[in-house]
Design a protein around this ligand. Structure first.
Ligand code: FES
Length: 151
């Protein structure tokens, strides 16, 4: 037990000081947590990413009839089925990240934001984008399910 007597006013002072100390320490801990998280993101730590799984179930082979191009929203990808081969293109425009749309008549893709255009295989035809659409890994399993790896 403490031998120091406190008047009611001193109790309030100590309690206020303690409260402010807790607030300051809590602020520092929060700031350090945010700093560590941001450094982890900057360095590309996988465990800190909270995005969707990079392997997306896109449906079955029957969902992609031959000679068609189909948008798969779960993967944000365009899937083209030609000559018994499936190919997938990332629908995210490499300029600033809008989703590209298929051109009228199906002859490639156009970004609605700033007008970049891409060919049927994702090749850059017109800027301001400086890179083609990204090819994605697409696989058909033995049971005809189709998966797309988005990263
Ligand atoms: S985001 Fe596609 S052209 Fe700018």
């Amino acid at each position: 037990m403490s031998d120091v007597k406190q008047t009611p006013g001193q109790e309030t002072e100590v309690s206020r000081r303690r409260f402010l100390t807790l607030v300051v320490h809590g602020g520092w801990l929060t700031a350090m947590g945010v700093l560590v998280y941001q450094i982890g993101r900057f360095l590309g730590a996988e465990g800190l990413e909270s995005g969707p799984s990079p392997l997306v179930a896109a449906g079955t082979l029957a969902d992609f009839p031959p000679e068609t191009t189909t948008y798969v929203p779960e993967a944000r990808a365009w899937v083209h089925h030609e000559a018994e081969t499936l190919t997938a293109l990332d629908a995210v425009c490499p300029h600033l990240g809008c989703l590209v749309q298929q051109k009228e008549g199906g002859g490639g893709f156009r970004c609605p934001c700033h007008g970049s255009e891409f060919g049927v295989e994702g090749e850059l035809e017109r800027g301001p984008a400086e890179r083609p659409l990204r090819q994605l890994d697409i696989q058909t399993q033995a049971d005809e399910t189709v998966t797309i790896r988005t990263s």
